[in-house]
Design a protein around this ligand. Sequence first.
Ligand SMILES: *[C@@H]1O[C@H](CO)[C@@H](O)[C@H](O)[C@H]1NC(C)=O
Length: 151
Amino acid sequence: MARRRFLGSGVHALRGLLLLLLLRLPVTPGTTCPTPISVEHADIRVKSYTLNSRERYVCNSGFKRKAGTSSLTECVLNKTTNTAHWTTPSLKCIMIISTSVTLSVVFVVSALVTCIKLRRIFQPTAVEIENLEAMPMTRGSSSREEDHRNY
Ligand SMILES: *[C@@H]1O[C@H](CO)[C@@H](O)[C@H](O)[C@H]1NC(C)=O
């Protein structure tokens, strides 16, 4: 009795296994996706290369996903060629401009603008330059006069 029941359950298990194999056959013609294409400034770690697998690209450090683009890619079957391929991701990774960099640029620019403004307000430099230029010129002319005298 016990042996019969055991055999019966074994047949059931075998039938179940066959059914599972039959159901799986059309889905598994040995199709797996190849390595996904590379996206600039991004990386992907694929967990599964099987059909319908959905994976996400991750932007490298210092870069972020551009709004409106998708990091998603899916392993799909091309029915005409019967090959699996990843869908082309629309992902664009753009450089992150850190707030510290922005702030230092703003500081340098404002400092330069202030310097230029201050120079325009205090203009003693023009007078100083005139005096400096006048000195060697008089000296030059006097020497020239001396030369004339010598001739
Ligand atoms: C399947 O692959 C062929 C050959 O590469 C291509 O011409 C066709 O557009 C693809 N079909 C789909 C649905 O992607």
